[in-house]
Design a protein around this ligand. Structure first.
Ligand SMILES: NC(=O)c1ccc[n+]([C@@H]2O[C@H](COP(=O)([O-])OP(=O)(O)OC[C@H]3O[C@@H](n4cnc5c(N)ncnc54)[C@H](OP(=O)(O)O)[C@@H]3O)[C@@H](O)[C@H]2O)c1
Length: 325
């Protein structure tokens, strides 16, 4: 766990503390809006080559021109990625690996929240399909490029909502229980955190020089969850969130600080979980975040890993795994 070297309760770490990123290659999923866009802008401004992996090219190009307004020399690239389709994930990874053999930082940021019941192209429940299974496949397919780059990082964006999440391995896709969009979101964000920690365990066992870190942005005023469809039972929670988020939510840039910290700060260690340091971790500066016991349970991590490999067909190519098995 990283330490707060100033000895105060807050790091007060901000985008101004980001060291030069010149020479680094950073891929961010969902970089066309909200937290992903804010992170892309800061990292490009510090000299990184930033790859915006987005499902909508027009939105990605618009985001790139917004970044270039602040940083005319920004080194940016768009790759097409729909995390709701394993074919698209494979195609994007293939395109990346055709151009590059190394990756410094992968930021698993894209996400959907509180969608009505639905399935991805591969038949997974939409929220866990996009938020977790798409990123699981992407990370595994890009792992060879991460392993080749000493000091590389995988940063996965979870949420305070993981606290209410439960991974129901008997019915991950709500096929045998009533669908709840808040439940499904919590489950998917718990999966993000469990995945990040299990990935760290496996990287560690393999003796890899890549680390896995999880973050959450607190409550940030972005477009997340704006296309909601309501049932009477979920109207109250969603309605309150719709009213409160713009009032109490911090900016997308503030929400991106834990991500930027995890991606660039030297003190960060594999397995860290970083979020804002304010009340209920809703806002503030990067600090160690609270996580539930089940999010750090290796047995749950192993189970999620097995089911993820099985459902996506992506088997992670950890080097040295044979030797430690
Ligand atoms: N905002 C918060 O308060 C908050 C709190 C906790 C956690 N988070 C997490 O923070 C992350 C970023 O969210 P945000 O708040 O910045 O929301 P946002 O502004 O809605 O950004 C979400 C991004 O994900 C992309 N995306 C959605 N589905 C995708 C798919 N199938 N394939 C590829 N990209 C896809 C979106 O693309 P389109 O523009 O094409 O839809 C968008 O670029 C998410 O993982 C979210 O769960 C946010």
């Amino acid at each position: 766990m990283f330490k707060n070297t100033k000895g105060s309760s807050s790091t007060k770490w901000s985008e101004d503390n980001i060291p030069s990123q010149t020479g680094k290659r950073i891929l961010i999923t969902g970089a066309n809006s909200g937290i992903g866009l804010a992170a892309a802008k800061e990292l490009a401004g510090k000299g990184a080559h930033v790859i915006l992996a987005c499902r909508n090219e027009a939105k990605a190009l618009q985001a790139m021109s917004r970044i270039r307004k602040s940083h005319p020399k920004a080194s940016l690239q768009f790759l097409s990625l729909d995390l709701g389709s394993l074919d698209s994930v494979r195609e994007m990874a293939r395109e990346f690996l055709e151009q590059y053999d190394k990756l410094d930082v992968l930021i698993n940021n894209a996400g959907v929240m509180w969608l009505p019941q639905g399935t991805t192209a591969d038949g997974f429940e939409t929220q866990i399909g996009i938020n977790h299974f798409g990123h699981f496949a992407l990370t595994g397919l890009l792992l060879p490029a991460l392993l080749k780059q000493p000091g590389s990082r995988v940063v996965t964006v979870s949420s305070i909502a993981h606290r209410a999440g439960n991974l129901n391995f008997e019915d991950l896709f709500f096929e045998r229980r009533p669908y709840g969009k808040h439940k499904a979101y919590g489950q998917s964000k718990l999966a993000n955190l469990v995945f990040a920690r299990e990935l760290e365990r496996r990287l560690n066992r393999a003796g890899a020089q890549t680390i896995s870190v999880a973050v959450h942005p607190g409550v940030s005023n972005t477009s997340l969850g704006q296309s909601r469809s309501e049932t009477p039972a979920s109207k109250v929670v969603s309605g309150l969130a719709q009213i409160l988020t713009p009032l109490i939510g911090q900016s997308a840039l503030k929400g991106a600080l834990p991500t930027l910290f995890a991606a660039t700060e030297a003190d960060v260690q594999g397995g860290d979980y970083i979020g804002p340091d304010g009340f209920y971790e809703a806002y503030g500066y990067p600090a160690p975040a609270y996580s539930t016991r089940r999010s750090n349970n290796p047995e749950i991590g192993r189970k999620l890993w097995e089911v993820s490999e099985q459902l996506t067909g992506v088997i992670y190519p950890f080097e040295n795994q044979q030797a430690v098995a």
